[in-house]
Design a protein. Sequence first.
Length: 273
Amino acid sequence: MIQLNEKKLILYNGLLLLLVWMSGCKTSELTRQQLIYFRNVKDSALKVATAYEPVIQKGDILSIMASGSVLEKEAASPILEAINKSAAGTSNSSTGNGASSGLTGYLVSESGQIIVPFLGAIPVAGLTRTQAAEIVKVKLEKEIKDPVVELRFLNHKFTVLGEVKNPGPQAIVNDRVTIIDAIGSAGDLTLNGKRENIMIIRETDGKKEIGRINLNEGNIFSSPYYFIQPDDIVYVELNKFSIPEKQTKALQYIQLGLAVVTSISLLINLFKR
């Protein structure tokens, strides 16, 4: 009778250990599948959306860097130095990730112009960076030989919110920021982030529009929301079936504890025989 009870106990403990192991494997597999990006993307050439090129708007702050040469270098030096300071008496203070306070640059006025030393008022609103740089270059050609002009935005940003590791505003450092870049700059999604339904809130012609992206599908690259635009808001929803991090750790500890207790019980019963 005692041997029969011991056999039942061993069988019970063995089944319990098996269930704990299977539960852990299932949880790990589900978590692994949920965390994989682009799992439905085929190994083939994919169509990519046309890169968005922002246009200059009223209120933008621009940086201008110019270089060139003339026969009389002394005459060119104060012109280039004044332009490259990008000051024009305008200061832009902001806070958040990737943004610095006290940035100075050329403010695009309500009339759509910037005031550049030695060159005067230049209309730039509605132009791309390339187009505006070309206008500045043409004006500089009257003073400088073979001028080279580079123009950048100083106050363009986007914001990432929700289930990411580092939410908040991020500076746009170039014109080709993608949704993948945006998520990466925010430290990636948390374990509970919903990868199948990333929301992008965008303002177009004074109206808010909402787009959605599935990070598991190949059509992400052709989506009009693949490239981030200035002032976009990227929101990552909480997964409906997510488990809070504390509860996840507690479940892992419980599984580990049950496995240890079951193993010890099995060993005790084996030594008693």
